[in-house]
Design a protein around this ligand. Structure first.
Ligand code: MLT
Length: 336
């Protein structure tokens, strides 16, 4: 007869074999993250990994590579498209050069709140963008993170008017819409990769940049920037993308697990922003940053950007109808 000790040994051996079998078939996906720890991108990534573990029954997981360790955000799109990278979490503006229709989400002053961002990305327009991005860029958006408005930071002076902006050297992503927005405000910005931005601010190659409070904090920009202007021209959206090649190589169950995990992570991200943004803003003030609101309710910035930039980019984002569809979905009048 088998003793309790022998039985216990047998059970342990079976458990070990099961664990080895899981480990043999298990996947640990590589997830590129542009920002540092503590921001929206990392929060979305962590939420995605734990949701993926749940939806795959513990079979699959992921590993985050923060701070652009796997390459600049725009380079990670190419890497995922060619199948050398599994996932990337990056700002939407760094997908636009590969898939111009997502530019609707970067047109200045289209998105005026977190609720607007959720409505567009999680509605019909977001779904159209997912499909278009697969076709244009070879990546599939499976989750959306929301980081808040891209506020302007600089090391020189408080900025509240378009006149204050003149003479400042401002870094922008390599994104035509964002470059033209600053041109509409009368300055020639410096397009630069995200991975080079902190050093450029530190070495004073540029005076300022724009990104949400969350990102300013995660990237420790408070060490090299003193002033913040609460611009609201772009509400930053940070998609989680999977290599379409990888997605197509998955079983239906695996596809279902990553899709469900992406949806869970999206919900988490919106709540993360609601819970954390005010506190991060206070932290930035405590670290010595001075925050100003644009004069005149931002009207001057808004009028210049909308009248100049929107018409110029209608064609590239899919036509004026595309922008009007977004505005209508948000309960606003079509563009003039
Ligand atoms: C950029 O400015 O290039 C991006 O918004 C950075 C980011 O992903 O946070």
């Amino acid at each position: 007869m088998m003793s309790f000790r022998m039985m216990r040994g047998g059970v342990a051996a079976i458990a070990l074999l099961a664990a080895m079998a899981v480990a043999a078939g298990a996947k640990e996906y590589r997830i590129a993250v542009g920002d540092g720890a503590g921001g929206t991108q990392e929060a979305l990534g962590k939420a995605f990994i734990s949701a993926l573990e749940k939806h795959s029954g513990g079979q699959d997981t992921g590993k985050l590579f923060l701070n652009g360790q796997l390459g600049d955000e725009q380079d990670t799109v190419t890497a995922a498209a060619t199948g050398t990278l599994d996932f990337s979490i990056l700002a939407i503006n760094n997908i636009t050069p590969f898939s111009p229709t997502v530019g609707t989400l970067t047109l200045p002053y289209v998105i005026l709140s977190l609720e607007d961002a959720e409505k567009l990305t999680q509605g019909e327009i977001g779904q159209q963008m997912v499909e278009q991005t697969i076709e244009d860029a070879g990546v599939r958006i499976i989750g959306w993170a929301y980081s808040g408005f891209r506020v302007l930071t600089n090391s020189k002076k408080p900025v509240t008017t378009v006149a204050d902006l003149q003479g400042l050297i401002v870094r922008v992503p390599k994104n035509e819409i964002m470059i033209d927005t600053y041109k509409a405000w009368g300055i020639n910005p410096t397009p630069m990769a995200w991975t080079e931005t902190f050093a450029a601010l530190q070495q004073k190659v540029v005076d300022g940049q724009d990104n949400p409070y969350m990102t300013v904090n995660a990237m420790k920009f408070y060490e090299v920037q003193d002033h913040i202007t609460n611009l609201r021209h772009i509400f930053s959206i940070e998609p989680l993308v999977i290599s379409e090649q990888l997605y197509q190589s998955m079983t239906p169950e695996q596809q279902q697990a990553v899709t469900a995990a992406g949806a869970d992570a999206t919900q988490f991200s919106a709540q993360f922003l609601r819970d954390e943004e005010a506190k991060i803003r206070e932290d930035l003030v405590a670290r010595g940053m001075e925050i100003s609101d644009p004069a005149d309710g931002e009207k001057e910035f808004m009028d210049l950007a909308m009248t100049t930039v929107w018409p110029k980019f209608y064609d590239s984002v899919g036509g004026k109808e595309q922008v009007d569809q977004a505005l209508t979905a948000l309960g606003r009048e079509p563009a003039p």
